[in-house]
Ligand binder design. Structure first.
Ligand code: NAD
Length: 456
């Protein structure tokens, strides 16, 4: 994992000649109406124009000063994550999210004519975005949804509100400069539960997309509208005795510490066969992990990081640095520590709960078959992400088949599953619950059958 070393930018890059925030509205109804008006004009734009608009989003998002501002400001506003890793996440969102080229048409031809299966826009989409990837989701959803011909109203997380409004303003300015109608992207300036409920109930909103935890995903799924739910996970990583242990250790530490474990795809627990655990732990420590096995310190960690009922992480500790967490429980971090690891049992709440912080428990099993069974159990049926390090092809196949996760990474860090240092396109909305999988433009389009009848 390479990171940029330039210094952070602390002042917002200049928005434009005026101080309006383009696309931002106080009232939900106004944000929806503005997007609807933009959509009505957008319907008459050509595919070449759409391509130019997507290019404008990519260009604006990847300007060096904007990449750095988004990354550092996201850490400052949300108070979570790692800025240098967020630079990379935004860059991949902007460059690797597919555009109009994702809308591949199918054609059927016979003596009676020709039928094409095309992609048509839904109209105005209501997109609810998370605090863990605030700008990445707006960039990636924005490219996909506009490429499919829609307009979008974003409802950002309240903890990422300021930056999200800034980004929608920047993107609107870039889109308008490229000839797009104003307000193809709008945003609710002061998001709240009530505002999100209004967005979901608006008759003009044709599709809802929730990227977040179970509560918001369940809300959109029970809205009665076409909805895409991209929910939580608890990705296990299995390591068996055939694995390249030094590489597995490096990949796991890189993946689990990436953006302080905020990605829903990041390794959340290791399930390893007993004989490899000592070498795996030693190599992980070599890669920047710090081992904490003292039961008293572990209990202090649980008290600090989890709710009293041990069912949720404490929001204030989500996405914090490993060193900060260690200091808070009275442990001096080793220089360069980026991940806390512990050897524990499967029933430990740190194993069972999606923690979203750089604390990675390791559970030992007797053999690979038991490891796969346990990993599937710990994924809790989210069908989100699983990772395995093994050279045994039949075991890799078995875990892929049985886990039925949306992403299955073999012998790599988790982030290679979303296109970062891995083959394939990028997305920050991974729809396990509703089955679209890694979303792209075609996920946000209706299927239309166009029939040309040539019968005599
Ligand atoms: P969150 O569920 O707290 O918030 C997500 C969004 O939903 C925010 O905009 C929030 O304001 C809104 N929201 C939540 N509950 C609401 C309610 N009752 N009424 C109205 N709006 C509500 O999630 P988060 O902490 O921002 O993000 C982390 C979670 O999201 C993790 O569980 C992670 O796994 C998941 N996530 C999933 C994906 C994916 O693609 N599958 C991507 C990123 C994050």
């Amino acid at each position: 994992m390479t990171t940029s070393t330039a210094s952070p930018i602390t002042d917002a890059p200049v928005a434009g000649p005026d101080d309006r925030q383009l696309g931002a509205f106080d009232e939900v109804a106004d944000a929806v109406q503005a997007a609807q008006t933009a959509f009505d004009t957008y319907l008459d734009c050509t595919l070449a124009q759409r391509r130019a608009f997507i290019a404008a989003i990519r260009e604006e998002s990847t300007r060096e000063e904007n990449l750095r501002y988004m990354a550092y400001e996201a850490v400052a506003e949300t108070k979570m994550g790692n800025a240098e890793h967020k630079v990379l996440k935004n860059k991949y969102a902007a460059t690797l999210t597919p555009g109009v080229e994702d809308l591949l048409m199918e054609a059927y031809q016979s003596d009676t004519g020709m039928t094409t299966m095309e992609y048509a826009p839904y109209g105005v989409i209501g997109a609810i975005t998370p605090t863990t990837n605030p700008t990445e989701t707006i960039i990636s959803n924005g490219i996909s949804m506009l490429a499919a011909g829609n307009a979008v109203v974003f409802s950002p997380h309240p903890r990422a509100r300021r930056l999200s409004v800034w980004l929608v303003d920047r993107l609107n300015r870039a889109l308008i400069a490229a000839g797009a109608p104003e307000n193809l992207m709008t945003i609710i300036r002061k998001p709240s539960m009530d505002a999100t409920a209004q967005l979901m109930a608006s008759p003009q909103v044709q599709m809802l997309v929730a990227t977040g935890g179970p509560q918001i995903v369940n809300m959109v799924l029970s809205s009665g509208k076409k909805a895409i739910g991209a929910g939580s996970g608890n990705p296990p990583v299995v390591v068996d005795e055939t694995a390249d242990i030094p590489k597995a250790a490096r990949d796991i530490v890189n993946g689990a510490s990436f953006d302080n474990n905020l990605p829903c795809t990041a390794e959340k627990e290791v399930v390893a066969v007993s004989p490899v655990v000592p070498e795996l732990v030693e190599r992980m420590v070599h890669e920047g992990a710090q081992l904490v096995n003292d039961p008293e310190i572990l209990e202090r960690l649980r008290d600090l990081l989890m709710s009293p009922d041990r069912e949720h992480p404490r929001p204030s500790w989500v996405g914090q640095d490993a060193g900060t967490i260690l200091q808070a429980v009275g442990v001096t971090p080793d220089p360069g520590t980026r991940l806390i690891i512990t050897e524990t049992s499967a029933d430990d709440p740190l194993v069972q709960v999606e923690m979203l912080m750089p604390v990675l428990p390791i559970v030992a099993t007797t053999d690979a078959s038991q490891a796969i069974d346990l990993a599937i159990d710990l994924e809790h049926g989210h069908h989100h992400t699983a990772i395995m390090h093994s050279r045994d092809v039949s075991r890799l196949e078995s875990m892929a088949r049985r886990s039925r996760t949306t992403i299955f990474v073999k012998n790599g860090p988790s982030y290679s599953g979303i296109g970062i240092e891995g083959e394939g396109f990028a997305t920050f909305t991974i729809a396990g619950p509703t089955g679209e999988g890694l979303t792209s433009a075609r996920s946000f389009a209706r299927r239309r059958r166009c029939v040309l009848n040539a019968s005599m």
